[in-house]
Design a protein around this ligand. Sequence first.
Ligand SMILES: [Ca+2]
Ligand SMILES: [Ca+2]
Ligand SMILES: [Ca+2]
Length: 198
Amino acid sequence: MRCHVPLTALVVAGSITGGAFAEIVYDESFDGDLSDNYLAPTSINVSEGFNTFVFTTDRDGDDRDIFTFEVADGYQLSGVILDLFDTNADDPSNLGFIGFSGGSVLGIDPDIPNPAGLLGYALVFENDSGSDIFDVMANGGGAQGYDGPLGAGPYTFWAQETSPTSDDWRVTLVVTPVPGPGALALAALAGVMPRRRR
Ligand SMILES: [Ca+2]
Ligand SMILES: [Ca+2]
Ligand SMILES: [Ca+2]
């Protein structure tokens, strides 16, 4: 039986996300394997809203997936949603690795992993599917870390499996406009204005 999604439902979904539709910007099943080379990541365009990457990592093939993108001036990277991590194994406690650095190449050699070269990273379970791991990644032990959204510039992501499993990933990068000075001033004002007593 065919399943029809009413157009109105799609429109409503779009309006909930502020008019920015989720877009699949890369799908390995159509676009080919993402780069294994940390010095030559696959370069992908992202834009305001939800930018979804669909890919598979495979220990048997030693498939690591590395891609780079540029956050444009006036925008920031404000979320990394793990839509799906499916390890295709009987053991749901199997972990996958995902991390990223600043720059248009990965900040470390995956063969000599040192978290100090990464802004952040996370080890994820299947149960993490559906959650935003941006803040979790910021607290990856030994990584540079960050506090809040990351500004304009290039970033490079790296996902990998270290067990003999083949994993399906669906990761959405959230790119939002940097709040204008007016909004920031209002927020500051709201924070410092003394309460009026009667
Ligand atoms: Ca792959
Ligand atoms: Ca690859
Ligand atoms: Ca693993």
